[in-house]
Every structure is written in C-alpha cells, then in structure tokens.
Design a protein around this ligand. Structure first.
Ligand SMILES: *Cc1c(COP(=O)(O)O)cnc(C)c1O
Length: 428
C-alpha cells in the first residue's frame, strides 16, 4: 500500500475477478523449468483430461479462448450441414442461424466469421435464456434453418430439454455456449455436453480462469481431431508444412494450461462461494420490489457465476438509454439500474448492466428477431434506439429493468452488506 489511490483500488469490490490459490504458479513454473513453453506439454494434456472427466464427455480440446472454441464449433456445424469449402469461403455462407439474443456477443460473432446470418431468438423469464416457444415460432417462419446457437446466461442453464426437442423436431443441430456456466448442471448432467458442438471459456472473469483460454467439448473423436488440427494451422501429417484446409492459431499455451490446472480443484469451492453470494443478496433484498435472476431449481444447479437482480415494473423510476448514455429521474420509493449502478460506483463497487440484447446492438440491428409472438424484421435504421419497440420483447425488458451485482467470490460478508445497503437506499 503506497498511496491513497492504491488503497482505494485495493478496496474495490469487483464484479468477478480471478481468484488464485497457489498451485497455478507451481504448474506454470513446471512448464518454465522443463521448457514446455509452447502449445504442447503436460499441463495441456492434464487439463484436457480433467475437464473431459468433470463434464463427462470423451474429448476436450484446449484452445486459446472460448471464442476460438465457439468459432471452431460453429465451423464444424456449418461443414456438417452444408459441406466444406476447400478455399473456406465460410461454412455458413448464405445460411440463417437461430441464436440466443440475451448473451455476450462472442456467442454470435462466430456465425458471422463463418458467413452465416444470425436470427435472434427472444428470451424467457424463467431462466433468462432462449425461449423454446420463440424458437418454435422461428422454425415456422424459416423452416430451412438447420443450426441453433444457444448460451446459458450468467451460469444458469436454460430450458435445455425443450430447446433440444424443438431443434430435433426440425432436424437442426445445436452449438452450446457454456462459457459462463462451467460446472453448472441440468438434470444432473454438466452443461457443455448438451449440444452437438460445445464450448467453455477460461477468460479472466469466469468461474475459474487461466487468465485466458477455452475448450471445445465433444464425444466424437473425429470432431476433436478436426478441431485440434484446425487450431494448429491445419497442418497435415507430412515431413514439411503441408496444408489442405484453412487453419487458425487457436491452440492453448502450456503456461495458460498450468493456471487452469491449478484452478480445477477449486471449481466447486468457487461455485459454493458464488451460491452463498446469490443467497445473501436474495435474503438481503427481502421486502424490496426486486427479484434475483431466476433459477429453475427443479431441473438445474447453476454455477451462480454472476448474481443479478431485476426491479419490479411498478418500482422503476423513469430511465432512458441511447447507444452510449443513460439518464433517469429519481423518484421516491423507486429506482432503476442506472441509479443503482451509479450508487455502487460511488462506493467503489463494480456492477454492470445486463448484457445488452444482440438485436439491439448496432452491429446486429439489421438482423431479424423472433419473439413468441412472431417475427420482427431487421433493418431498423430509422429507429436506431429501437424506441418504437420499447419493452415489447423480453430481452429488452430484462435489459431495461435488470443489472449484474458485484459477485466476486473474495467479497467479504461486510462488503456485501454494504452493497445491499446501497441498493436498499436507492429505494428509500
Ligand atoms: C466469455 C464468453 C465467451 C467468450 O469466451 P472468451 O474466452 O472470452 O473468448 C463466449 N460466450 C459467452 C456467453 C461468454 O460469456
């Protein structure tokens, strides 16, 4: 502690920061001392084995990040459905893909990398994930679609059986984005094994981290081999650099794998800490006109990665957002995400708005969006803020009324009490 500024930085309550335990350094040092400082080595082999064992799938392929895993999963899906292009013009070129709407854009971007066109599917209120009824509606409108990309938001599994049933009925494959939900289960099975192609992430803010990293998960040896090959520039088995396909430099580093190897024994401990945080918020907010992010307790055990809250409609003070700013009008007994986030920032606590839905993003605004009521065509250039459709879709509503709370597993009970008090004050 050298000055006031650092002291303040030290006391910051984070949204979700890395939590190291010690063995990470041991395995990184092992990589250093044995000079396995590349994308080959014991740490990579071991984390692939540990993750496959944990998830209950046959193969885990370690990659540089979750986005890389999703990209290769998406390309595999495209080639399975539409065949491969020797020059790789994009395996989904000219094809629509049904995608989660309320998610981080890394879920969706790989569809664009592969030349596909994302059509966004609205969200349900029970788990804040893709709405099976909206998905069914979408197949009614675009029966030719053969691929669904679905994420589990904030570590809470979506309605997996229902989504799988709809996809199956229409002969579509699923890419499962379990980047935020590693360690969560649905009907007793780990997420990351429900799709035809599955991805997880070890990004710095996830439930466990390698500082970066991701994995492709599968039961198919053929798919695992293909992803491993693509991730190392598609090198063929030959004495020289021989290439028959376009590849990528997506393999995980053995140093990063050392960090993940050290983190793996603490996955369940992190989940227990995050669960305690979610429950403490739920109890602390008793009597306020708010709810925690919903959980389908009957079917799933989330990993509680982020605790979120949503304000009851009648307790919202007026709040407006354009593409870069938000303003609100304080009202007695009412509040809004912007007021709460400002109040948290004032005590050096990090909250965050709910992920802004993809159909509201400038980059994807021209894409079609399907709710359980039907199709809303893209191309909304004359309405950049989407004003005409305010709170007529579920994703927009959750974005409008919800927010992510500080969910760091190193947050003390006293610090969390402070966060709870700040939120309570906003409704005074
Ligand atoms: C973090 C995240 C990703 C991407 O993972 P990276 O390892 O950061 O590339 C993908 N999808 C979702 C939903 C995420 O939260």
């Amino acid at each position: 502690m050298y000055n006031g500024r650092e002291e303040k930085a030290e006391k910051r309550i984070w949204l979700s920061s890395p939590t190291m335990h010690g063995d990470e350094l041991k395995y990184m040092t092992e990589a250093f001392e044995t000079n396995w400082m590349s994308t080959v080595g014991a740490n990579i082999n071991e984390v692939e084995r540990l993750v496959a064992e944990k998830v209950g799938c046959r193969y885990a392929v370690a990659l540089s990040c979750g986005t890389a895993a999703l990209h290769l999963a998406t390309r595999l899906a495209g080639e399975r459905l539409y065949g491969s292009h020797p020059a790789h013009m994009g395996s989904l070129a000219g094809h629509k893909v049904f995608c989660s709407d309320l998610t981080f854009d890394a879920t969706i971007n790989p569809v664009a990398y592969e030349g596909g066109e994302a059509v966004f599917i609205d969200t349900e209120y029970d788990t804040w994930n893709m709405d099976p009824a909206a998905l069914e509606k979408a197949f009614g409108i675009y029966p030719e679609v053969k691929l669904v990309v679905a994420a589990h938001l904030y570590g809470t599994p979506g309605k997996i059986d229902e989504l799988r049933a709809v996809a199956k009925a229409h002969g579509a494959l699923i890419v499962e984005d379990a980047a935020e939900s590693f360690g969560a289960t649905y009907k007793g099975q780990q997420t990351g094994r429900f799709g035809d192609f599955n991805a997880i992430s070890f990004n710095g803010n996830k439930i466990i981290t390698g500082s970066a990293g991701g994995m492709f998960l599968t039961d198919s040896q053929k798919d695992a081999d293909k992803v491993r090959k693509w991730s190392t520039q598609s090198r063929e088995n030959a004495p020289w650099y021989q290439h028959e396909e376009i590849g990528y430099n997506y393999r995980m580093s053995n140093v990063i794998a050392g960090v993940i190897r050290g983190q793996m024994p603490y996955l369940e401990e992190h989940i227990a800490q995050k669960k305690a945080i979610w429950e403490r918020y739920r109890d602390g907010f008793a009597g306020l006109p708010v709810h925690m992010n919903p959980i389908d307790f009957e079917n799933s055990c989330p990993n509680y990665w982020l605790s979120c809250m949503i304000i009851d409609e009648n307790a919202m003070c007026p709040m407006e957002r354009n593409d870069t700013e938000s303003v609100f009008t304080p009202q007695h007994g009412k509040s809004c995400p912007t007021e709460i986030l400002n109040a948290l920032a004032a005590v050096n606590a990090e909250g965050r708005p709910i992920w802004k839905p993809m159909h509201m993003q400038p980059v994807y605004r021209k894409h079609d969006f399907v709710t359980r009521d039907g199709l809303r065509r893209g191309n909304r250039e004359n309405d950049p803020a989407g004003k005409t459709e305010r709170i007529t879709d579920v994703g927009r509503d959750i974005f409008h009324r919800g927010l992510c709370l500080p969910s760091d597993n190193k947050m003390t009970a006293e610090e969390q009490d402070k966060v709870i008090a700040v939120v309570r004050d906003c409704f005074a």
